[in-house]
Design a protein around this ligand. Structure first.
Ligand SMILES: [Zn+2]
Length: 334
């Protein structure tokens, strides 16, 4: 279902009436009510179960869609989405919130790094999906059409994967549509994480949603399979700030937080299947040409040196000694 966007069109603000049911697939929540449930649909001919909360507020307002578990071992983000779904009170909500806490359940169960075990694809490279594609593409297609398309604002929660350390950052994408781009940047600033990265990742959730006219951000906090209170709070605090900013929940407008906008997101990758020795830590300032780490063979011969392509900040590092050809090593925001 494609809902109208809460948007300024020709000077007129349009929104769906809050008295309507909030529905996704076979689930619905009446006005002023909240539902947890599981939508079931076919993926490669097999039933796929997708848990979610529908929270339908008591008065009109934006529709916020929050997803987590697109990468299902990024636990701080999943814990934050669960907390939001469990705690949000429809009685004090203006607008609607849909929370999908674990988008890729097969990957969550398998504790899979990067990819969906059903097809070996990275779900965050296949959006907006394809109904005739492989499992990840079919899941993305269903979620994009049924969930994300209802959003006036979209947040996808991530973090470092099981083998990644990172400093928190928020990513957004400039589509060229001024209304969407300004709103996405505003969401990124309001969320309250210090580092903002403007980047296009083809097939990612937030880029696909932005291209569809929905202001969107992707937030990163936590990693290495650990979900500290601080990392979970980074996501939940950001969501709370965003909902106060959008006047969806009571409370003062969030105080502005100083942020650094990084216009380039530069990934370095391994050319070998060998052993990875990082020479820097996340949040380090690095210089163009600096040695950021080396890949060695069994005997200790250096096979590859990771050289910083620019002056910038190390945003994430793969912390695994084992490295495969084509794997990310780290990323510099510049
Ligand atoms: Zn992720």
């Amino acid at each position: 279902m494609i809902a109208q966007h809460f948007a300024v069109d020709g000077g007129q603000r349009t929104t769906r009436m809050s008295k309507e049911l909030l529905s996704v697939g076979t689930l619905s929540a009446p006005h002023g009510d909240k539902r947890y449930g599981v939508n079931e649909f076919l993926v490669e001919g097999q039933p796929y179960r997708l848990p979610m909360w529908l929270i339908n507020g008591v008065s009109e307002g934006p529709t916020l869609v929050v997803t987590a578990g697109v990468h299902a071992a990024e636990y701080a983000s999943i814990a934050a989405a669960l907390e939001l779904g469990r705690s949000l009170d429809p009685g004090s909500l203006s607008g609607r919130v849909i929370v999908v806490p674990v988008l890729d359940m097969p990957a969550f169960t398998a504790r899979s790094i990067y990819v969906c075990p059903l097809d070996g694809k990275n779900p965050n490279r296949v959006f907006p999906g394809n109904p005739d594609g492989s499992a990840s593409e079919q899941i993305a297609d269903w979620v994009f059409r049924n969930v994300m398309s209802q959003a006036t604002h979209y947040v996808d929660l991530h973090g470092g994967d099981l083998i990644e350390a990172l400093v928190p950052f928020t990513i957004f994408f400039r589509t060229g549509d001024k209304r969407v781009d300004e709103a996405s940047l505003e969401m990124a600033r309001v969320f309250g994480i210090h580092f903002l990265v403007c980047s296009e990742t083809p097939g990612s959730t937030f880029c696909a949603a932005s291209r569809a006219g929905i202001p969107s951000i992707l937030t990163e906090a936590g990693g290495q399979g650990i979900w500290t209170t601080e990392d979970v709070h980074c996501h939940t605090n950001g969501l709370d700030r965003l909902m106060r900013h959008l006047k969806m929940i009571p409370g003062n407008a969030p105080e502005s937080v100083p942020c650094t906008l990084l216009e380039r997101f530069l990934w370095l990758r391994s050319e070998h299947e060998a052993f990875w020795y990082p020479a820097v830590a996340v949040n380090d300032r690095v210089k163009a040409g600096q040695n950021l780490g080396v890949i060695k063979d069994y005997e200790g011969h250096v096979l590859q040196t990771a050289i910083s392509p620019a002056d910038g900040i190390v945003l994430f590092i793969v912390s695994s000694l084992a490295i495969n050809r084509g794997d990310p090593l780290l990323a510099v925001g510049a």
